[in-house]
Design a protein around this ligand. Sequence first.
Ligand SMILES: *Cc1c(COP(=O)(O)O)cnc(C)c1O
Length: 391
Amino acid sequence: MTISATRPSTSSVHRAWPAAAATLTIDHSALAHNLALVRRVSGVDVMAVVKADGFGLGAVQVARTMAAAGASSLGVTSIDEALALRRAGLTLPILAWLAHPGADLAGAIRSRIELSAATIEMVLAVSAAADKLGVTAGVHLEADTGLKRGGASATDWPELCRVAARLERAGSIRVVGVWSHLARAAHPHWSAVEGQVEDFQLAVGEAFATGLRPTRIHLANSGAALAHPRARFTESRSGAALFGIEPVEGREFGVRPVVRVGARILHVREVHAGDAVGYNAGWVAPGATRLGLVPIGYADGVPRTLSGTGWLSVRGRPCRIVGAISMDQLLVDLGDLDAQPGDEAVFLGDPAMGEPSLAEVAARAGTIPQEILTNLGNRFERIHRGAQNVA
Ligand SMILES: *Cc1c(COP(=O)(O)O)cnc(C)c1O
């Protein structure tokens, strides 16, 4: 039997479909712009914070762009995150600020990862690991100045400094930095951070009084770097602003959006007045309309709380999410818009293009932009536009 050479007609296929239906595009020129903005406005060095896989966007790629754009160091939470950056060839100083005494301190020290210590136990553990290797470990001592999260209390701080100074004289550690973290840096008024700045100045003074000579003094995150001059010291630890989040309530510094998330509409269907739509009839059509099926859901990081309240942009028009957002898909109400399968629906993008902004999506979902970014799943095709190829 021969196979017919006649192929099915392709005339009904109106466009070429991309291989990936859902994409997450990271604009590296916006990342570089935002780093330059924080540097210029603050006038001090920037430690680019690339924790949690670079706020979910790819720590290595983001870190390369930050290095090329003038970051003076990198900041992460864990030793594993720091080692991944070293393995990728990044040579900037890297601080890991939430390692614990049982972590791979030797591995970190061997890779010239700087470690934070907020307790005597931790500073002793770092010192012991460095001693074994016969090297000097770089340490940043953390003081609590009001956040009451990490950091030595004002009571414990002088003794921590004295122990660190003794170990420094013995050669196993070098206290390169002293730092603390702000509780209310998003607040536009100085009074929100003033008390912490003053307590931090006292803590730095006490460190110097024990003989320590840290050259890196850091308190500010992005919000304080941009809005609170007296919180800047020698450098900021900036994350949010780099990733396109305006960090200070009610103020705009010109941070550029970094992320665009979109997916192709896979299917368009007509529904009639009274039709129940989605799981548990989460929405009943008030009149005849057309619905577009978009293949992203809560497992991809679209918060389920956006069911009925969020929107995606299709052909430049806002289309409301209707029915319950599913694990892998959602429906938008296209109304009388002449949208077709293959059209892109934009979940996150540039408000200047009529697309939902990260800030709006977060506000509608009842959360903060950071949580939206870090929840974006791994099923998107990630497109790094304008990324650096070298460390
Ligand atoms: C996340 C984090 C930062 C970055 O703060 P942004 O507000 O994102 O700029 C700085 N320091 C520490 C300790 C952090 O955990």
